[in-house]
Design a protein around this ligand. Sequence first.
Ligand SMILES: Cc1ncc(COP(=O)(O)O)c(C=O)c1O
Length: 376
Amino acid sequence: MIYFDFAATTPLDAEAAEVFVQASTEFFGNSSSLHDIGGQSQDLLENCREELAILLGVNKKGLYFTSGGSEGNFLAIEALLSAPKKAGRHIIAGMAEHSSIHGVLNRLDGYSITYLPLNASGLIDLEVLERSITPETVLVTVQHVNSEMGTIQPVEDISRICKEHDIHFHSDFVQSFGKIDLKKIAPLVSSFSFSGHKIYGPKGIGGVYINPAIAWKAFFPGGSHERGFRPGTVNVPAIASMTAAAQKLNDQLVQSQERFLELRAILVDSLNPIKEYVHVHQAETGSQLPSIVGLRISGIEGQWMMLECNRYGFAISTGSACQIGMQSPAKVTQALGLSSHEAKEFIRISFGKTTKREDVVKLGETIVDIVKKFKL
Ligand SMILES: Cc1ncc(COP(=O)(O)O)c(C=O)c1O
């Protein structure tokens, strides 16, 4: 089976796995225990916090570890709403946000929410954002990179607009962490979330940054870990392993992006024989993560294509893994304003560090064969 679903999750990096085992066996103490064994674990935890803060260009005082991106999104939004810059009950959110963002917004009481669609290039229209702001707007939440088509939202511009209007800005960095240098943009937002398992780290670990100037109130009562932000014994081995994985990816950032650009071009080229049916949803190169390809093949249901590819030994996706078991199509299709018929055609192919050129060619040829058999 050849894996083309790296945007859903990644295998654990071998060195990160070694770090996990070593930290689990040698630094097993509870980082809150006051004896030396707890202290060693606490030292490792703080060292990881510092290393990640350096990687992200933020103050380590604002970094908190969570069980992943979903919990990070939830707790960040609750934290920002507990300390708004001004009184108000209006929130602006991207329509194609991850389900964890929609989940936290749906459960809020007494807030009105404006959802921003995406333009044809999969980007937020900044004019629509500005027009949606009211004196009541206290929070804007827009993801950095879309998980289904890989478009990169203009975080700098959104941050500037939010600052001008005294609005908190949360951005979900789960799909950009480890893939884009975040040092310049991370300090511009009020909060961001990240996750370990998208970057060859362990599953069930991630984190959140909240600008330390924000006086948030804890969502969970009575917690002492993570300075009251999140209760529960801290998963130091997973944090150490995620930190090692993040550092490794960061060292290869430029080469990886060049390789992914080449793989993307190879895939698109290999679909040439059926090009009249293929619609790649993407932005211009500077606003597009090359490793995620979101596309439709007209007249062919994405779910059927995914199952056919699976039968031929290729793991692709119909969009966010979190949609599995639900009938709803990828969120991005709604945000793009596609018809329900078109939305069902959506598939996502995503590359990772082990993706080979020849495998991309094979996948392209297989899709062409499947389409030809179906159409003829
Ligand atoms: C954009 C985005 N945000 C959040 C998440 C959730 O992260 P986690 O699986 O760590 O909870 C995902 C994972 O699919 C994602 O793609």
